[in-house]
Design a protein around this ligand. Structure first.
Ligand code: NAG
Ligand code: NAG
Ligand code: NAG
Ligand code: NAG
Length: 337
């Protein structure tokens, strides 16, 4: 008979295979369900909500995920949430309180009820990567309850590959487009990710139609903004902090150029908190050896432009996405490296 110890050892050896098997089955199951609704007019199959995803085998990643978290900053937060004010932006609101109060006094802070009240929220984050070009994922993407897009990524002219529905668009002033109505739906929430105090100041100046201060941006933000201000929300910096701290484990060293999460990885982390199903498309960069390879599904940016930007650590983010994928927390809608 096998001793208890031997049995334990065997159990441990089998564990990786078991995990691999579970991951594989999760994938196969999700893909089959997705395929059955891709390219048809059928809604997304809600059985994606149950199954293996619900077992949250990714909880061991210790991401401090709390379901149904409120995503946006609210006026009440100032009076109740002490922890927020310990850090300055982008990870807290210390020093920006007055600016925020003015912004929040004239903006909405709620999620629309048709999303908030869903029993199961299916979400897809559409990254800006070249990899979605010619993917024909548009009609599938449109089926999710929540479609999150990033920065100024266009939709018009790319509908076949990226769809045309946008529930939320995460942006900051430098990535804002002067007329958001062109690339969004009338009810798209425009979610400002405040990285610095100037970002809130920019929004305040737009909301109150004050004289624009141009200093303090790495790229000039639009001086006019034609969007519907009732659709503006301000993302709680708690999420960027947790993305940096828990998901990317960025250590902040004094004297070094600060490395912050990209809006893409931030959106994934936010979705893990808010959604029951988190699928992604358009994430990942081409092999960095090919300097002239395009990196977005639109425009002309190349790897070379990307590498001049040292504020992000794309390798670290790629590894984090891989961990999330391996544990079944997220699913890519397309093949990838
Ligand atoms: C959803 O997928 C499950 C499992 O594949 C299947 O049994 C069910 O009939 C599907 N439901 C719809 C509405 O397509
Ligand atoms: C986890 O998140 C909650 C808020 O959702 C926060 O109050 C708490 O400090 C976080 N815990 C850790 C260990 O970061
Ligand atoms: C996308 O499809 C077009 C038209 O078929 C083709 O010219 C182009 O090379 C394709 N691009 C990629 C990246 O596959
Ligand atoms: C997306 O495109 C479809 C088909 O052209 C159209 O019926 C629908 O209204 C569009 N939706 C949005 C939000 O633009």
């Amino acid at each position: 008979m096998m001793s208890q110890k031997a049995a334990k050892t065997w159990g441990l050896r089998l564990l990786p295979f078991l995990l691999f098997f579970i991951t594989f089955v999760t994938y196969y199951y999700s893909y089959t369900i997705l395929q059955s609704s891709a390219g048809t007019s059928k809604p997304l199959n809600k059985s994606l909500c149950g199954g293996f995803q619900a077992k949250k085998n990714w909880e061991s990643l210790n991401l401090n995920i709390s379901r149904r978290t409120k995503l946006f900053l609210k006026m009440d937060d100032f009076f109740w949430r002490e922890h927020m004010s310990k850090l300055p932006l982008p990870y807290g609101i210390k020093g920006s309180e007055m600016m925020l109060l003015k912004v929040l006094a004239v903006t909405n802070q709620h999620m629309p009820a048709n999303i908030e009240n869903l029993e199961c929220r299916t979400c897809v984050i559409v990254g800006n990567g070249f990899v979605v070009k010619n993917s024909s994922l548009g009609s599938l993407i449109n089926k999710y309850d929540v479609v999150i897009r990033l920065n100024d990524a266009p939709v018009r002219g790319y509908e076949d590959d990226v769809g045309n529905k946008t529930t939320m668009r995460f942006f900051y002033p430098e990535s804002a487009y002067y007329n958001p109505e062109i690339q969004n739906d009338p009810d798209t929430l425009m979610v400002l990710v405040p990285f610095k105090m100037q970002d809130l100041r920019w929004l305040k100046e737009i909301l109150y139609n004050e004289k624009r201060v141009r200093k303090g941006f790495w790229k000039p933000p639009p001086q006019i903004w034609l969007g519907d201000t009732s659709k503006i929300r301000v993302l709680d910096p708690h999420f960027l902090y947790q993305t940096a701290d828990k998901l990317l484990q960025i250590s902040h060293q004094k004297g070094k150029i600060p490395v912050h999460p990209t809006t893409g990885i931030l959106a994934v982390f936010v979705a893990l908190n808010y959604c029951d199903v988190v699928h992604i498309a358009g994430f990942g960069y081409p092999s960095s050896k090919k300097l002239h390879h395009p990196i977005h599904y639109y425009g002309y940016a190349t790897m070379k432009t990307m590498m001049q930007n040292s504020y992000h650590d794309v390798n670290n983010e790629a590894k984090a996405l891989k961990r999330l994928e391996d544990s079944g927390a997220i699913l890519y809608l397309h093949p990838h490296l």
